[in-house]
Design a protein around this ligand. Structure first.
Ligand code: XIL
Length: 380
């Protein structure tokens, strides 16, 4: 049994971690005038940066990102299969460039992600002969991977999405190669390895559909066990891939409260608002899911009607009102991209649609939702 005092001590530790997670923003926000500046006393405001956006070196775009946001997440370049497509063939270029950009602009740099079943290299679960890998060998690979990446960016990347999407809504632990080979306590092992690799890093578990009551109940149980066994975890990433009318914000808030009660810092890690019709009732973000294109599923190919633009704005405001209510416990709100042109939602879960989920339009102009979020703070 843990006493209330012990619990408060842990909450206090989480609060320190939260303060640290915000620290960088305060340092840099003074000379900026974008949206992140408006929210600087509430939480970090971030965006995902793609390898393409960095490689293009369009200074107008890169200046806009640096002005509007004070945190960045690597959209793809730090995923295992992208970093090390063949054993030992490390592709550091884009990841280094991403980290340098963040440092140059005084942004909080988020590492995404150390262990995830998607975008993992095909060779990972096989030995040199092409047979299924042993537990000991996979443990070794995971440990080396974590040490190498976290070691390279020590002191530069402060927050890590340590494990991504390890839980299925209905069935508990997702039956990934990591789970099957490393065993049911694999996530706990990985958090311990990450903490050993960089004891100063803020370590979070990241997942989608975090409002789901089954997923919440399962994770609350897991995290309570972590508290008892002193597993080093500091925060929870709620991906926040939402739509105009899902998820139920009451359930979303219930999940926020449940994680806060465990002394964990909240990060909204991959937010966008999908405005398109839901295909086959699918509202998840498991990236291997796909549905066939039809014109019916792509109603705004020629532009977004005013009515839907307004719904999008209202939804952003509604969600940010919720975030402000819990600002004491939220370290960061990150959008999954800046301009609608670059959103993965144009191709997921149906390829080739025109979606409008972000705060800047296809010409990188601020949308009504952006102005509404500014107003929400300045007129409060
Ligand atoms: C997405 C990227 O945005 C796409 O470019 C890529 O093709 C697939 O992955 N959950 C995550 C993110 O944690 O890494 C995913 O990003 C979106 C769902």
């Amino acid at each position: 049994m843990h006493s209330r005092r012990q619990f408060l001590t842990r909450s206090a530790q989480a609060a320190v971690a939260l303060t640290l997670a915000r620290h960088q923003a305060f340092a840099s926000a003074a000379q900026k005038s974008g949206l992140a500046d408006v929210y600087k006393e509430d939480f970090l405001l971030g965006t995902a940066l793609s390898t393409h956006t960095l490689a293009e070196k369009n200074t107008q775009v890169l200046d806009l990102v640096a002005r509007e946001f004070n945190a960045i997440t690597a959209e793809n370049c730090m995923k295992w299969g992208v970093l090390e497509p063949e054993p030992g063939q490390w592709q550091w270029g884009p990841a280094d460039e991403f980290v340098n950009y963040g440092q140059e602009h005084n942004m909080a740099v988020v590492g995404h992600t150390l262990v995830w079943h998607s975008q993992a290299p095909l060779w990972l679960f096989k030995d040199e002969q092409g047979n299924p890998i042993s537990k000991a060998a996979l443990q070794e690979r995971v440990e080396q991977h974590i040490n190498r990446i976290m070691g390279r960016y020590k002191g530069k990347i402060h927050t890590w999405d340590v494990v991504n999407e390890a839980v299925d809504e209905d069935k508990g632990w997702r039956q990934t190669g990591f789970y099957k080979i490393l065993g049911p306590d694999y996530m706990e092992q990985i958090f311990r390895l990450a903490h050993a690799a960089d004891p100063n890093a803020h370590l979070i578990y990241n997942d989608y559909n975090m409002h789901d009551p089954h997923k919440r109940a399962f994770l609350v149980d897991v995290f309570k066990g972590y508290r008892q066994r002193e597993v080093p975890i500091h925060g929870v990433g709620m991906q926040t891939h939402v739509g105009l009318d899902y998820p139920d914000l009451k359930e979303f808030e219930n999940s926020m409260k449940a994680y806060i009660d465990l002394g964990l810092a909240l990060h909204m890690t991959e937010m966008e608002v999908d405005v398109l019709p839901v295909a086959w009732e699918f509202t998840g973000a498991e990236i291997s899911t796909g549905f066939e294109y039809s014109d019916q599923l792509n109603p705004y190919a020629d532009g977004l009607p005013d009515k839907v633009q307004q719904q999008l704005t209202d939804r952003y405001v509604q969600m940010f009102e919720l975030f402000l209510k819990y600002r004491e416990n939220i370290a960061r709100v990150t959008l999954w991209g800046t301009s609608d042109a670059e959103s993965w939602k144009n191709n997921f879960p149906v390829r080739g649609r025109s979606n409008y989920p972000l705060l800047f339009d296809r010409d990188w102009q601020a949308k009504p939702a952006y102005h509404a979020l500014k107003k929400l703070k300045t007129e409060a």
